[in-house]
Design a protein. Structure first.
Length: 205
């Protein structure tokens, strides 16, 4: 396990961190790699109903254990549970009850750095991809698992209104939108971390 963790840390810094990224961002990338990325030597653990329970207006799908994930799609296992959950408001189809996010903020005088990673692995059949990227807006997309392909829904939070997760047309999308907000807000880094959408952005006066 110790050997795997050391290798994982090296991989995160060398792969997920672009050249020129300063030390604070390198530390954040390494931290996310350790606490979020699955370890191949770990045994899969059963997920409880709050993580994988599905709700539907027409049908329901029983909760499944992590061992049901496709063998060629690693990364469902994590070292730390998401620290936030958005309720999924379903319009039709078979949808998850919630979707998890890891959200971290490091404050400084006059502002804060924010990092968010969305746990799309629980609902997607493949890793997310960036389909739109700009200084204040980024959009990720991934195909839904077959049992959730009919889902038409949205998940958002009043407190974290810059994040929106939508389900529709057999896909799940995550959008981080910093436009039309007070102060200086800018996306400093957006990529895929442990096969999940990863955004690091700054808010300042």
């Amino acid at each position: 396990m110790l050997f795997n963790l050391k290798m994982l840390g090296a991989m995160v810094i060398s792969v997920a961190t672009p050249k020129g990224l300063d030390r604070p961002k390198m530390a954040i990338a390494a931290l996310l790699g350790f606490v979020i990325a699955g370890c191949s030597a770990s045994e899969p653990t059963a997920l409880n109903s709050s993580q994988t329970g599905y709700s539907s207006q027409t049908e329901s799908v029983p909760s499944e254990e992590a061992t049901s994930a496709p063998a060629d799609y690693p990364g469902d296992r994590t070292f730390m549970e998401p620290n936030m959950r958005f309720e999924v408001v379903a319009e039709s189809g078979t949808c998850p009850e919630t979707i998890g996010l890891w959200e971290f903020a490091l404050g400084f005088e006059g502002g804060a750095d924010h990092t968010v990673v969305v746990d799309t692995q629980t609902v997607a059949s493949q890793p997310a991809q960036i389909v739109l990227s700009g200084p204040q807006r980024v959009l990720y997309e991934a195909p839904l698992k077959p049992e959730l392909a009919s889902c038409l829904a949205v998940a958002r939070s009043e407190y974290l209104s810059m994040y929106t997760i939508t389900f529709g047309e057999g896909k799940v999308q995550f959008e981080a939108d910093l436009t039309n907000r007070d102060g200086f807000l800018e996306i400093q880094y957006a990529d895929i971390s442990a096969q999940r959408p990863y955004v690091h952005w700054r808010a300042a006066e």
